[in-house]
Design a protein around this ligand. Structure first.
Ligand code: F6R
Length: 613
Protein backbone atom coordinates (compact mmCIF):
# COMPACT_ATOMS: atom_id res chain seq x y z
CA UNK A 1 0.00 0.00 0.00
CA UNK A 2 1.21 3.48 -0.85
CA UNK A 3 3.60 4.10 -3.70
CA UNK A 4 6.80 6.10 -3.33
CA UNK A 5 9.19 7.49 -5.89
CA UNK A 6 12.30 9.63 -5.85
CA UNK A 7 14.42 10.99 -8.68
CA UNK A 8 17.84 12.58 -8.84
CA UNK A 9 19.60 13.24 -12.13
CA UNK A 10 20.21 15.67 -14.92
CA UNK A 11 16.70 16.03 -16.30
CA UNK A 12 13.78 18.17 -15.11
CA UNK A 13 11.93 15.61 -13.00
CA UNK A 14 8.47 17.02 -12.28
CA UNK A 15 6.80 15.05 -15.04
CA UNK A 16 8.94 11.94 -14.35
CA UNK A 17 7.69 11.94 -10.77
CA UNK A 18 4.04 12.53 -11.68
CA UNK A 19 4.09 9.86 -14.38
CA UNK A 20 5.89 7.46 -12.04
CA UNK A 21 3.19 8.05 -9.43
CA UNK A 22 0.51 7.30 -12.02
CA UNK A 23 2.19 3.95 -12.62
CA UNK A 24 2.13 3.30 -8.87
CA UNK A 25 -1.43 4.47 -8.35
CA UNK A 26 -2.68 0.87 -8.12
CA UNK A 27 -0.94 0.77 -4.71
CA UNK A 28 -3.11 3.48 -3.20
CA UNK A 29 -5.10 6.41 -4.43
CA UNK A 30 -6.79 8.28 -1.61
CA UNK A 31 -4.36 11.21 -1.67
CA UNK A 32 -1.02 12.08 -3.22
CA UNK A 33 1.78 14.59 -3.14
CA UNK A 34 5.23 15.51 -4.38
CA UNK A 35 8.03 17.93 -3.59
CA UNK A 36 10.83 19.22 -5.83
CA UNK A 37 14.15 20.57 -4.62
CA UNK A 38 15.86 23.66 -6.01
CA UNK A 39 19.41 23.15 -7.26
CA UNK A 40 20.59 25.87 -4.93
CA UNK A 41 18.81 24.32 -1.97
CA UNK A 42 15.31 24.59 -0.55
CA UNK A 43 12.00 23.35 -1.88
CA UNK A 44 10.91 24.82 -5.19
CA UNK A 45 7.49 23.22 -5.28
CA UNK A 46 5.47 21.07 -2.85
CA UNK A 47 1.90 20.04 -3.56
CA UNK A 48 -0.41 17.62 -1.77
CA UNK A 49 -4.02 16.82 -2.57
CA UNK A 50 -6.82 14.54 -1.50
CA UNK A 51 -7.98 12.15 -4.21
CA UNK A 52 -6.16 10.39 -6.98
CA UNK A 53 -3.33 11.53 -9.22
CA UNK A 54 -5.56 13.56 -11.52
CA UNK A 55 -6.56 15.65 -8.52
CA UNK A 56 -2.90 16.15 -7.66
CA UNK A 57 -2.21 17.28 -11.20
CA UNK A 58 -5.09 19.74 -11.01
CA UNK A 59 -3.89 21.08 -7.66
CA UNK A 60 -0.32 21.40 -8.97
CA UNK A 61 -1.20 23.34 -12.09
CA UNK A 62 1.23 23.48 -14.95
CA UNK A 63 4.83 24.28 -14.29
CA UNK A 64 5.82 25.73 -10.91
CA UNK A 65 8.94 23.63 -10.34
CA UNK A 66 9.54 22.46 -13.84
CA UNK A 67 13.31 22.94 -13.86
CA UNK A 68 14.02 20.95 -10.68
CA UNK A 69 16.16 17.84 -11.14
CA UNK A 70 15.45 16.05 -7.88
CA UNK A 71 12.35 15.32 -5.87
CA UNK A 72 10.08 12.78 -4.23
CA UNK A 73 6.46 11.73 -4.71
CA UNK A 74 3.85 9.61 -2.98
CA UNK A 75 0.45 8.09 -3.57
CA UNK A 76 -1.31 7.11 -0.35
CA UNK A 77 -3.56 4.41 1.04
CA UNK A 78 -4.35 5.68 4.51
CA UNK A 79 -3.36 3.65 7.54
CA UNK A 80 -2.67 6.20 10.29
CA UNK A 81 -4.68 9.40 10.06
CA UNK A 82 -7.68 10.25 7.94
CA UNK A 83 -7.56 11.10 4.28
CA UNK A 84 -6.68 14.80 4.44
CA UNK A 85 -4.17 17.09 2.77
CA UNK A 86 -2.25 17.42 6.04
CA UNK A 87 -1.84 13.65 6.23
CA UNK A 88 -0.74 13.32 2.61
CA UNK A 89 2.99 12.94 1.90
CA UNK A 90 5.69 14.25 1.68
CA UNK A 91 5.96 14.93 5.40
CA UNK A 92 8.49 17.42 6.63
CA UNK A 93 10.37 18.12 9.84
CA UNK A 94 9.11 21.08 11.88
CA UNK A 95 11.90 23.29 10.48
CA UNK A 96 11.06 22.22 6.93
CA UNK A 97 14.57 20.91 6.25
CA UNK A 98 13.81 17.17 5.84
CA UNK A 99 11.16 15.68 3.55
CA UNK A 100 10.05 12.05 3.66
CA UNK A 101 7.70 9.81 1.67
CA UNK A 102 6.94 6.42 3.19
CA UNK A 103 5.10 3.19 2.51
CA UNK A 104 4.32 0.90 5.46
CA UNK A 105 3.84 1.34 9.17
CA UNK A 106 6.04 2.63 11.99
CA UNK A 107 4.69 0.45 14.78
CA UNK A 108 6.34 2.38 17.65
CA UNK A 109 5.41 5.81 16.34
CA UNK A 110 3.27 6.70 19.37
CA UNK A 111 6.24 6.29 21.67
CA UNK A 112 8.61 8.11 19.27
CA UNK A 113 6.15 10.92 18.76
CA UNK A 114 5.63 11.53 22.46
CA UNK A 115 9.40 11.44 23.05
CA UNK A 116 9.81 14.14 20.40
CA UNK A 117 6.87 16.15 21.73
CA UNK A 118 8.48 16.12 25.18
CA UNK A 119 11.48 17.76 23.49
CA UNK A 120 9.19 20.47 22.11
CA UNK A 121 8.81 19.14 18.54
CA UNK A 122 5.54 20.24 16.95
CA UNK A 123 3.69 17.73 14.72
CA UNK A 124 1.42 18.78 11.91
CA UNK A 125 -0.15 15.49 10.84
CA UNK A 126 -1.73 12.43 12.46
CA UNK A 127 0.51 10.04 10.56
CA UNK A 128 3.15 7.64 11.79
CA UNK A 129 5.43 8.80 8.95
CA UNK A 130 5.99 12.27 10.38
CA UNK A 131 8.25 10.92 13.14
CA UNK A 132 10.86 10.04 10.50
CA UNK A 133 11.63 13.54 9.14
CA UNK A 134 11.43 14.92 12.69
CA UNK A 135 14.00 12.38 13.93
CA UNK A 136 16.26 12.82 10.91
CA UNK A 137 16.25 16.60 11.38
CA UNK A 138 17.39 16.19 14.98
CA UNK A 139 20.22 13.84 13.97
CA UNK A 140 21.33 15.86 10.95
CA UNK A 141 24.91 17.18 11.03
CA UNK A 142 25.42 17.95 7.35
CA UNK A 143 25.19 14.33 6.10
CA UNK A 144 21.71 12.97 5.35
CA UNK A 145 22.85 9.34 4.99
CA UNK A 146 24.54 9.45 8.40
CA UNK A 147 21.38 10.86 9.98
CA UNK A 148 19.20 8.16 8.39
CA UNK A 149 21.60 5.48 9.64
CA UNK A 150 21.20 6.88 13.16
CA UNK A 151 17.41 6.89 12.96
CA UNK A 152 16.81 3.52 11.29
CA UNK A 153 17.49 1.22 14.28
CA UNK A 154 14.94 3.15 16.32
CA UNK A 155 12.09 2.54 13.86
CA UNK A 156 9.83 -0.45 14.54
CA UNK A 157 7.51 -2.02 11.98
CA UNK A 158 7.77 -2.51 8.25
CA UNK A 159 8.35 0.33 5.87
CA UNK A 160 10.19 1.79 2.93
CA UNK A 161 11.00 5.48 2.79
CA UNK A 162 12.87 8.06 0.77
CA UNK A 163 14.27 11.15 2.50
CA UNK A 164 15.57 14.42 1.11
CA UNK A 165 17.29 17.38 2.80
CA UNK A 166 16.94 20.91 1.47
CA UNK A 167 20.70 21.52 1.89
CA UNK A 168 21.61 18.43 -0.20
CA UNK A 169 19.37 18.77 -3.25
CA UNK A 170 21.45 16.43 -5.37
CA UNK A 171 20.99 13.45 -3.08
CA UNK A 172 18.20 11.20 -1.79
CA UNK A 173 18.59 8.66 1.00
CA UNK A 174 16.31 5.66 1.36
CA UNK A 175 15.80 2.51 3.38
CA UNK A 176 13.39 -0.37 3.72
CA UNK A 177 12.28 -3.15 6.03
CA UNK A 178 9.89 -5.77 4.62
CA UNK A 179 8.35 -3.30 2.17
CA UNK A 180 9.54 -3.13 -1.42
CA UNK A 181 12.07 -0.61 -2.66
CA UNK A 182 13.97 -0.75 -5.94
CA UNK A 183 16.66 1.42 -7.44
CA UNK A 184 16.41 2.25 -11.14
CA UNK A 185 19.80 3.05 -12.66
CA UNK A 186 19.82 5.31 -15.70
CA UNK A 187 22.51 7.21 -17.54
CA UNK A 188 23.45 9.96 -15.10
CA UNK A 189 20.23 9.55 -13.17
CA UNK A 190 18.70 7.36 -10.48
CA UNK A 191 15.12 6.47 -9.55
CA UNK A 192 14.12 4.92 -6.28
CA UNK A 193 10.60 3.54 -6.03
CA UNK A 194 8.21 1.00 -4.54
CA UNK A 195 7.95 -0.92 -7.78
CA UNK A 196 9.65 -1.14 -11.16
CA UNK A 197 6.72 0.14 -13.28
CA UNK A 198 7.32 3.58 -11.73
CA UNK A 199 10.40 4.02 -13.93
CA UNK A 200 10.15 1.22 -16.48
CA UNK A 201 9.92 3.63 -19.40
CA UNK A 202 13.14 5.34 -18.33
CA UNK A 203 15.41 2.43 -17.41
CA UNK A 204 15.41 -1.35 -17.14
CA UNK A 205 18.53 -1.61 -14.98
CA UNK A 206 17.38 -2.25 -11.42
CA UNK A 207 18.86 -3.09 -8.07
CA UNK A 208 16.74 -4.43 -5.22
CA UNK A 209 17.35 -2.84 -1.83
CA UNK A 210 17.61 -5.36 1.00
CA UNK A 211 16.04 -5.09 4.46
CA UNK A 212 17.70 -2.50 6.72
CA UNK A 213 20.09 -1.26 4.09
CA UNK A 214 20.50 2.48 3.75
CA UNK A 215 21.11 3.74 0.24
CA UNK A 216 22.34 7.17 -0.74
CA UNK A 217 21.43 8.01 -4.31
CA UNK A 218 23.05 10.68 -6.45
CA UNK A 219 22.73 11.35 -10.18
CA UNK A 220 25.66 9.23 -11.28
CA UNK A 221 26.26 6.95 -8.30
CA UNK A 222 24.77 5.25 -5.28
CA UNK A 223 26.24 3.98 -2.02
CA UNK A 224 24.80 1.30 0.26
CA UNK A 225 25.36 0.75 3.97
CA UNK A 226 24.35 -1.99 6.35
CA UNK A 227 24.61 -0.43 9.80
CA UNK A 228 27.71 1.76 9.56
CA UNK A 229 29.43 -0.58 7.15
CA UNK A 230 29.56 0.52 3.53
CA UNK A 231 28.93 -2.49 1.33
CA UNK A 232 30.32 -2.96 -2.15
CA UNK A 233 28.27 -2.35 -5.27
CA UNK A 234 25.82 -5.06 -6.33
CA UNK A 235 25.51 -5.60 -10.08
CA UNK A 236 22.17 -4.35 -11.42
CA UNK A 237 19.65 -6.77 -12.91
CA UNK A 238 17.99 -6.13 -16.24
CA UNK A 239 14.21 -6.50 -16.35
CA UNK A 240 12.61 -7.62 -19.58
CA UNK A 241 9.07 -6.57 -18.71
CA UNK A 242 6.83 -5.36 -21.45
CA UNK A 243 6.42 -1.64 -20.82
CA UNK A 244 2.96 -1.74 -22.38
CA UNK A 245 1.94 -3.84 -19.39
CA UNK A 246 1.46 -0.56 -17.56
CA UNK A 247 -0.81 0.82 -20.31
CA UNK A 248 -4.41 -0.04 -21.11
CA UNK A 249 -3.61 -1.14 -24.67
CA UNK A 250 -6.91 0.03 -26.15
CA UNK A 251 -9.13 -1.37 -23.40
CA UNK A 252 -11.33 0.99 -21.39
CA UNK A 253 -9.88 -0.24 -18.10
CA UNK A 254 -6.96 -2.27 -16.79
CA UNK A 255 -9.38 -4.82 -15.37
CA UNK A 256 -10.93 -5.53 -18.77
CA UNK A 257 -7.50 -5.73 -20.36
CA UNK A 258 -6.35 -8.15 -17.70
CA UNK A 259 -9.47 -10.32 -18.06
CA UNK A 260 -8.55 -10.63 -21.75
CA UNK A 261 -4.92 -11.40 -20.90
CA UNK A 262 -5.90 -14.62 -19.14
CA UNK A 263 -5.11 -16.99 -22.01
CA UNK A 264 -1.57 -15.56 -22.19
CA UNK A 265 -1.17 -15.74 -18.41
CA UNK A 266 -2.26 -19.39 -18.49
CA UNK A 267 0.00 -20.32 -21.42
CA UNK A 268 2.97 -18.58 -19.86
CA UNK A 269 2.37 -20.18 -16.47
CA UNK A 270 2.41 -23.58 -18.15
CA UNK A 271 5.36 -22.53 -20.35
CA UNK A 272 7.98 -25.22 -20.62
CA UNK A 273 7.05 -26.77 -17.29
CA UNK A 274 4.68 -29.34 -18.75
CA UNK A 275 6.62 -31.97 -20.69
CA UNK A 276 5.32 -34.02 -23.63
CA UNK A 277 5.34 -37.17 -21.47
CA UNK A 278 2.99 -35.56 -18.93
CA UNK A 279 5.70 -34.89 -16.35
CA UNK A 280 6.03 -31.48 -14.74
CA UNK A 281 9.25 -29.65 -14.01
CA UNK A 282 8.99 -26.99 -11.32
CA UNK A 283 12.39 -25.44 -10.76
CA UNK A 284 12.77 -23.39 -7.62
CA UNK A 285 10.58 -25.22 -5.12
CA UNK A 286 13.66 -25.83 -2.99
CA UNK A 287 12.69 -29.52 -2.68
CA UNK A 288 13.93 -32.25 -4.96
CA UNK A 289 11.51 -34.89 -6.21
CA UNK A 290 12.47 -37.36 -3.49
CA UNK A 291 11.80 -34.81 -0.74
CA UNK A 292 8.54 -33.72 -2.38
CA UNK A 293 7.40 -37.32 -2.58
CA UNK A 294 7.83 -37.58 1.20
CA UNK A 295 5.49 -34.64 1.94
CA UNK A 296 2.50 -35.97 3.89
CA UNK A 297 0.66 -32.78 4.67
CA UNK A 298 0.23 -29.40 3.00
CA UNK A 299 -0.95 -26.12 4.46
CA UNK A 300 -1.98 -23.26 2.19
CA UNK A 301 -2.08 -19.70 3.55
CA UNK A 302 -3.34 -16.70 1.60
CA UNK A 303 -5.74 -13.77 1.62
CA UNK A 304 -8.71 -12.73 -0.52
CA UNK A 305 -8.65 -13.91 -4.09
CA UNK A 306 -5.41 -15.83 -3.52
CA UNK A 307 -7.15 -17.72 -0.71
CA UNK A 308 -9.87 -18.70 -3.16
CA UNK A 309 -7.20 -20.07 -5.52
CA UNK A 310 -5.84 -22.03 -2.55
CA UNK A 311 -9.30 -23.53 -1.95
CA UNK A 312 -9.35 -24.72 -5.57
CA UNK A 313 -5.83 -26.09 -5.08
CA UNK A 314 -7.06 -28.27 -2.24
CA UNK A 315 -9.48 -30.13 -4.56
CA UNK A 316 -6.75 -30.61 -7.15
CA UNK A 317 -4.02 -31.79 -4.78
CA UNK A 318 -6.29 -34.04 -2.73
CA UNK A 319 -7.82 -35.59 -5.84
CA UNK A 320 -4.72 -36.03 -7.98
CA UNK A 321 -2.05 -36.59 -5.30
CA UNK A 322 -4.11 -37.84 -2.33
CA UNK A 323 -2.24 -35.57 0.09
CA UNK A 324 -4.38 -33.79 2.73
CA UNK A 325 -4.44 -30.03 2.32
CA UNK A 326 -5.45 -27.49 4.94
CA UNK A 327 -6.29 -24.06 3.52
CA UNK A 328 -6.66 -21.04 5.78
CA UNK A 329 -6.80 -17.28 5.54
CA UNK A 330 -3.37 -16.04 6.56
CA UNK A 331 -4.68 -13.47 9.05
CA UNK A 332 -6.14 -16.32 11.12
CA UNK A 333 -3.39 -18.88 10.57
CA UNK A 334 -0.71 -16.53 11.89
CA UNK A 335 -2.39 -16.23 15.30
CA UNK A 336 -3.42 -19.85 15.77
CA UNK A 337 -1.26 -22.54 17.35
CA UNK A 338 0.74 -23.56 14.32
CA UNK A 339 1.04 -27.33 14.01
CA UNK A 340 3.07 -27.32 10.81
CA UNK A 341 6.59 -28.63 11.25
CA UNK A 342 9.46 -30.49 9.63
CA UNK A 343 8.21 -32.65 6.77
CA UNK A 344 5.22 -30.39 6.10
CA UNK A 345 4.92 -28.17 3.08
CA UNK A 346 3.38 -24.72 3.47
CA UNK A 347 2.39 -22.81 0.34
CA UNK A 348 1.91 -19.06 0.77
CA UNK A 349 -0.10 -17.70 -2.15
CA UNK A 350 0.29 -13.99 -2.78
CA UNK A 351 0.30 -12.47 -6.23
CA UNK A 352 2.01 -9.30 -5.00
CA UNK A 353 4.38 -11.16 -2.70
CA UNK A 354 3.81 -8.36 -0.21
CA UNK A 355 0.63 -9.13 1.74
CA UNK A 356 1.59 -8.64 5.38
CA UNK A 357 -0.64 -11.38 6.81
CA UNK A 358 0.49 -13.96 4.28
CA UNK A 359 4.14 -13.13 4.90
CA UNK A 360 3.59 -13.41 8.65
CA UNK A 361 1.82 -16.78 8.32
CA UNK A 362 4.67 -18.06 6.14
CA UNK A 363 7.18 -16.87 8.72
CA UNK A 364 5.35 -18.65 11.57
CA UNK A 365 5.38 -21.93 9.63
CA UNK A 366 9.02 -21.51 8.64
CA UNK A 367 10.07 -20.89 12.23
CA UNK A 368 8.46 -24.23 13.10
CA UNK A 369 10.58 -26.01 10.52
CA UNK A 370 8.05 -26.45 7.70
CA UNK A 371 9.27 -26.06 4.14
CA UNK A 372 7.67 -22.86 2.85
CA UNK A 373 7.06 -22.18 -0.83
CA UNK A 374 5.83 -18.80 -2.09
CA UNK A 375 3.39 -18.92 -4.99
CA UNK A 376 3.70 -15.40 -6.36
CA UNK A 377 3.67 -13.31 -9.50
CA UNK A 378 6.41 -10.87 -8.56
CA UNK A 379 10.07 -11.73 -8.90
CA UNK A 380 12.20 -10.61 -6.00
CA UNK A 381 9.14 -9.76 -3.86
CA UNK A 382 9.30 -10.16 -0.09
CA UNK A 383 7.53 -13.54 -0.25
CA UNK A 384 10.36 -14.90 -2.41
CA UNK A 385 12.87 -13.80 0.23
CA UNK A 386 10.88 -15.16 3.17
CA UNK A 387 10.50 -18.68 1.77
CA UNK A 388 12.52 -21.81 1.05
CA UNK A 389 11.27 -22.09 -2.52
CA UNK A 390 9.23 -20.26 -5.12
CA UNK A 391 6.60 -21.19 -7.66
CA UNK A 392 5.97 -18.29 -10.01
CA UNK A 393 2.80 -17.49 -11.88
CA UNK A 394 3.69 -15.74 -15.10
CA UNK A 395 0.71 -13.46 -15.43
CA UNK A 396 2.67 -10.26 -16.09
CA UNK A 397 1.96 -7.06 -14.24
CA UNK A 398 -1.60 -6.79 -12.90
CA UNK A 399 -2.70 -3.22 -12.26
CA UNK A 400 -6.48 -3.48 -11.80
CA UNK A 401 -7.08 -3.69 -8.07
CA UNK A 402 -9.51 -6.59 -8.48
CA UNK A 403 -7.36 -9.63 -9.24
CA UNK A 404 -8.32 -11.54 -12.40
CA UNK A 405 -5.47 -12.98 -14.46
CA UNK A 406 -3.27 -13.61 -11.44
CA UNK A 407 -6.09 -15.68 -9.90
CA UNK A 408 -6.54 -18.02 -12.85
CA UNK A 409 -2.75 -18.24 -13.22
CA UNK A 410 -2.52 -19.26 -9.54
CA UNK A 411 -5.01 -22.06 -10.18
CA UNK A 412 -2.97 -23.16 -13.20
CA UNK A 413 0.25 -23.18 -11.14
CA UNK A 414 -1.48 -25.22 -8.44
CA UNK A 415 -2.74 -27.64 -11.12
CA UNK A 416 0.82 -28.15 -12.34
CA UNK A 417 1.97 -28.70 -8.78
CA UNK A 418 -0.86 -31.19 -8.09
CA UNK A 419 -0.07 -33.08 -11.27
CA UNK A 420 3.60 -33.30 -10.35
CA UNK A 421 2.83 -34.44 -6.82
CA UNK A 422 0.27 -36.94 -8.11
CA UNK A 423 2.94 -38.61 -10.21
CA UNK A 424 5.53 -38.53 -7.42
CA UNK A 425 3.04 -40.09 -5.01
CA UNK A 426 1.99 -42.75 -7.55
CA UNK A 427 -1.57 -41.54 -7.09
CA UNK A 428 -1.82 -41.01 -10.85
CA UNK A 429 -0.90 -43.56 -13.47
CA UNK A 430 1.33 -42.33 -16.27
CA UNK A 431 -1.62 -42.61 -18.67
CA UNK A 432 -3.80 -40.64 -16.26
CA UNK A 433 -1.12 -37.96 -15.90
CA UNK A 434 -0.77 -37.74 -19.66
CA UNK A 435 -4.51 -37.16 -20.05
CA UNK A 436 -4.50 -34.48 -17.38
CA UNK A 437 -1.49 -32.80 -18.99
CA UNK A 438 -3.38 -32.68 -22.31
CA UNK A 439 -6.40 -31.23 -20.60
CA UNK A 440 -4.30 -28.59 -18.84
CA UNK A 441 -2.70 -27.61 -22.15
CA UNK A 442 -6.14 -27.13 -23.68
CA UNK A 443 -7.38 -24.75 -20.96
CA UNK A 444 -5.73 -21.55 -22.30
CA UNK A 445 -7.10 -22.29 -25.78
CA UNK A 446 -10.69 -22.77 -24.65
CA UNK A 447 -10.44 -19.63 -22.52
CA UNK A 448 -9.12 -17.70 -25.50
CA UNK A 449 -11.89 -18.98 -27.77
CA UNK A 450 -14.44 -17.99 -25.13
CA UNK A 451 -13.05 -14.47 -24.72
CA UNK A 452 -13.06 -13.97 -28.48
CA UNK A 453 -16.66 -15.18 -28.83
CA UNK A 454 -19.82 -13.15 -28.24
CA UNK A 455 -20.19 -14.69 -24.77
CA UNK A 456 -18.48 -11.88 -22.82
CA UNK A 457 -20.75 -9.28 -24.46
CA UNK A 458 -23.77 -11.39 -23.55
CA UNK A 459 -22.61 -11.62 -19.92
CA UNK A 460 -22.15 -7.83 -19.81
CA UNK A 461 -25.64 -7.29 -21.23
CA UNK A 462 -27.14 -9.61 -18.62
CA UNK A 463 -25.16 -7.90 -15.88
CA UNK A 464 -26.49 -4.48 -16.89
CA UNK A 465 -30.07 -5.67 -16.29
CA UNK A 466 -29.17 -6.39 -12.66
CA UNK A 467 -27.39 -3.11 -11.95
CA UNK A 468 -30.07 -1.85 -9.56
CA UNK A 469 -30.14 -4.91 -7.31
CA UNK A 470 -29.29 -4.45 -3.64
CA UNK A 471 -28.05 -7.94 -2.82
CA UNK A 472 -26.81 -11.13 -4.51
CA UNK A 473 -26.53 -14.63 -3.10
CA UNK A 474 -23.86 -16.89 -4.67
CA UNK A 475 -24.06 -20.66 -4.39
CA UNK A 476 -21.94 -23.56 -5.57
CA UNK A 477 -20.87 -27.06 -4.65
CA UNK A 478 -17.51 -28.87 -4.70
CA UNK A 479 -15.08 -26.82 -6.87
CA UNK A 480 -17.99 -24.46 -7.49
CA UNK A 481 -17.69 -23.27 -3.87
CA UNK A 482 -14.42 -21.32 -4.27
CA UNK A 483 -15.72 -20.09 -7.63
CA UNK A 484 -18.82 -18.62 -6.02
CA UNK A 485 -16.69 -17.13 -3.21
CA UNK A 486 -14.51 -15.45 -5.81
CA UNK A 487 -17.45 -14.31 -7.97
CA UNK A 488 -19.11 -12.77 -4.92
CA UNK A 489 -15.88 -11.03 -3.87
CA UNK A 490 -15.40 -9.58 -7.36
CA UNK A 491 -18.93 -8.20 -7.38
CA UNK A 492 -18.82 -6.65 -3.92
CA UNK A 493 -15.39 -5.07 -4.32
CA UNK A 494 -16.04 -3.29 -7.59
CA UNK A 495 -19.81 -2.68 -7.50
CA UNK A 496 -20.22 -2.16 -3.71
CA UNK A 497 -23.28 -4.40 -3.74
CA UNK A 498 -23.50 -6.68 -0.70
CA UNK A 499 -23.07 -10.35 -1.59
CA UNK A 500 -23.16 -13.56 0.37
CA UNK A 501 -21.47 -16.72 -0.90
CA UNK A 502 -22.25 -20.18 0.44
CA UNK A 503 -21.76 -23.84 -0.34
CA UNK A 504 -25.16 -24.64 -1.84
CA UNK A 505 -25.76 -27.47 0.63
CA UNK A 506 -25.49 -25.00 3.51
CA UNK A 507 -28.13 -22.72 2.06
CA UNK A 508 -31.02 -24.24 3.95
CA UNK A 509 -29.13 -23.80 7.23
CA UNK A 510 -29.59 -20.05 7.18
CA UNK A 511 -29.05 -18.02 4.01
CA UNK A 512 -32.29 -19.18 2.42
CA UNK A 513 -34.03 -16.81 4.86
CA UNK A 514 -32.58 -13.91 2.85
CA UNK A 515 -34.53 -14.80 -0.26
CA UNK A 516 -37.64 -13.01 -1.37
CA UNK A 517 -39.52 -12.63 -4.63
CA UNK A 518 -37.02 -11.71 -7.35
CA UNK A 519 -33.83 -12.02 -5.25
CA UNK A 520 -30.94 -12.68 -7.66
CA UNK A 521 -29.06 -15.89 -6.88
CA UNK A 522 -25.92 -16.71 -8.85
CA UNK A 523 -25.42 -20.47 -8.95
CA UNK A 524 -22.24 -22.12 -10.20
CA UNK A 525 -23.73 -25.13 -12.00
CA UNK A 526 -20.93 -26.38 -14.20
CA UNK A 527 -20.86 -30.00 -15.38
CA UNK A 528 -19.59 -32.53 -12.87
CA UNK A 529 -20.68 -35.13 -10.35
CA UNK A 530 -22.59 -32.61 -8.21
CA UNK A 531 -24.52 -31.06 -11.10
CA UNK A 532 -27.80 -32.78 -10.15
CA UNK A 533 -27.40 -31.72 -6.53
CA UNK A 534 -26.88 -28.13 -7.67
CA UNK A 535 -30.03 -28.35 -9.79
CA UNK A 536 -31.95 -29.42 -6.66
CA UNK A 537 -30.62 -26.32 -4.89
CA UNK A 538 -31.72 -24.23 -7.86
CA UNK A 539 -35.25 -25.66 -7.49
CA UNK A 540 -35.23 -24.79 -3.80
CA UNK A 541 -34.33 -21.14 -4.36
CA UNK A 542 -36.73 -20.78 -7.28
CA UNK A 543 -39.50 -22.19 -5.10
CA UNK A 544 -38.89 -19.14 -2.87
CA UNK A 545 -39.29 -16.77 -5.84
CA UNK A 546 -35.56 -16.16 -6.42
CA UNK A 547 -34.22 -15.42 -9.91
CA UNK A 548 -31.43 -17.82 -10.82
CA UNK A 549 -28.38 -16.73 -12.82
CA UNK A 550 -26.59 -19.99 -13.54
CA UNK A 551 -22.97 -20.33 -14.59
CA UNK A 552 -23.02 -23.45 -16.76
CA UNK A 553 -20.74 -25.36 -19.07
CA UNK A 554 -21.12 -24.53 -22.76
CA UNK A 555 -23.29 -27.18 -24.41
CA UNK A 556 -25.27 -28.12 -21.32
CA UNK A 557 -28.83 -28.07 -22.69
CA UNK A 558 -30.54 -29.01 -19.47
CA UNK A 559 -29.62 -25.91 -17.50
CA UNK A 560 -31.79 -23.53 -19.52
CA UNK A 561 -34.95 -25.13 -18.20
CA UNK A 562 -33.83 -24.50 -14.61
CA UNK A 563 -32.34 -21.01 -14.72
CA UNK A 564 -33.68 -17.54 -15.53
CA UNK A 565 -30.35 -16.55 -17.07
CA UNK A 566 -27.33 -18.58 -18.09
CA UNK A 567 -23.75 -17.28 -18.11
CA UNK A 568 -21.86 -19.78 -20.26
CA UNK A 569 -18.42 -20.96 -19.22
CA UNK A 570 -15.98 -22.68 -21.57
CA UNK A 571 -15.95 -26.48 -21.38
CA UNK A 572 -13.15 -28.05 -19.32
CA UNK A 573 -12.95 -31.16 -17.14
CA UNK A 574 -14.82 -30.61 -13.86
CA UNK A 575 -11.74 -30.14 -11.68
CA UNK A 576 -10.39 -27.43 -13.98
CA UNK A 577 -13.77 -25.68 -14.24
CA UNK A 578 -12.82 -23.06 -11.59
CA UNK A 579 -10.62 -21.40 -14.23
CA UNK A 580 -13.39 -21.51 -16.81
CA UNK A 581 -16.30 -20.61 -14.53
CA UNK A 582 -14.72 -17.70 -12.73
CA UNK A 583 -14.22 -15.78 -15.98
CA UNK A 584 -17.94 -15.16 -16.69
CA UNK A 585 -18.26 -14.11 -13.05
CA UNK A 586 -15.38 -11.63 -13.43
CA UNK A 587 -17.14 -10.25 -16.49
CA UNK A 588 -20.52 -10.22 -14.74
CA UNK A 589 -19.05 -8.17 -11.88
CA UNK A 590 -17.28 -5.93 -14.37
CA UNK A 591 -20.38 -5.31 -16.50
CA UNK A 592 -22.51 -4.59 -13.48
CA UNK A 593 -20.03 -2.17 -11.91
CA UNK A 594 -19.50 -0.34 -15.21
CA UNK A 595 -23.23 0.03 -15.75
CA UNK A 596 -23.35 1.63 -12.30
CA UNK A 597 -20.72 4.07 -13.57
CA UNK A 598 -18.01 2.94 -11.15
CA UNK A 599 -14.23 3.07 -11.41
CA UNK A 600 -13.43 -0.65 -11.43
CA UNK A 601 -9.66 -0.17 -11.53
CA UNK A 602 -9.67 1.81 -8.32
CA UNK A 603 -12.51 0.67 -6.07
CA UNK A 604 -13.00 2.71 -2.92
CA UNK A 605 -11.03 1.81 0.21
CA UNK A 606 -9.01 -0.89 -1.55
CA UNK A 607 -5.40 -1.11 -2.67
CA UNK A 608 -3.57 -3.60 -4.81
CA UNK A 609 -1.07 -4.57 -2.16
CA UNK A 610 -1.95 -4.88 1.50
CA UNK A 611 1.29 -4.41 3.38
CA UNK A 612 -0.44 -3.72 6.68
CA UNK A 613 -2.09 -6.14 9.06
C1 F6R B 1 -9.40 -9.11 -4.69
C2 F6R B 1 -7.97 -9.05 -4.41
C3 F6R B 1 -7.54 -9.27 -3.02
C4 F6R B 1 -6.17 -9.96 -2.99
C5 F6R B 1 -5.64 -10.03 -1.56
C6 F6R B 1 -4.34 -10.78 -1.49
O1 F6R B 1 -9.65 -8.92 -6.03
O2 F6R B 1 -7.19 -8.79 -5.27
O3 F6R B 1 -8.47 -10.00 -2.28
O4 F6R B 1 -6.30 -11.23 -3.52
O5 F6R B 1 -5.45 -8.73 -1.09
O6 F6R B 1 -3.37 -10.19 -2.30
P1 F6R B 1 -2.04 -10.95 -2.69
O7 F6R B 1 -2.41 -12.06 -3.60
O8 F6R B 1 -1.20 -9.93 -3.35
O9 F6R B 1 -1.46 -11.48 -1.42
Amino acid sequence: MCGIIGYVGGRPCRELILTGLERLEYRGYDSAGFALLAETGGVVEAVRAVGNLSQLRTAAGLNAGSSATSGVGHTRWATHGRVTTENAHPHTSADGSVLVVMNGIIENYVELRSELQDLGVVFRSDTDTEVIPQMIAREYRGDLAAAVREVLPRLGGHFAFVAAHVDEPDRLVASRRECPLVLGIGDGERFIASAIPAFLRETREVMLIEDDEVISVEAGSHTVWRGDLEIGPRPPQRVDWDEDAAEKGGYETFMLKEIHEQPAALWDTIGDRLKPDGSVELIGLGLDDAALARVERIHVVACGTSYHAGLVGRYLIEDWARVPVHVEVASEYRYRTCLAGPGDLVIGITQSGETADTLAAMRVARERGAHVVALTNIMGSQATRDSDGVLYTRAGLEIGVAATKTHTAQIMALSLFALKLGRLKWALTSAGALDLADELRRVPDVVEAYLESSAPEEVMATAATYADRAFFLYLGRHVGVPVCFEGALKLKEISYIPTEAYPAGEMKHGPIALLEEGSPVVVVATDGHVFDKVVSNIQEVRARGARVIAVATEGNEEIESHADEVLWAPRTPALLSPIAAVIPLQIFAYGLARSRGLNVDQPRNLAKTVTVE
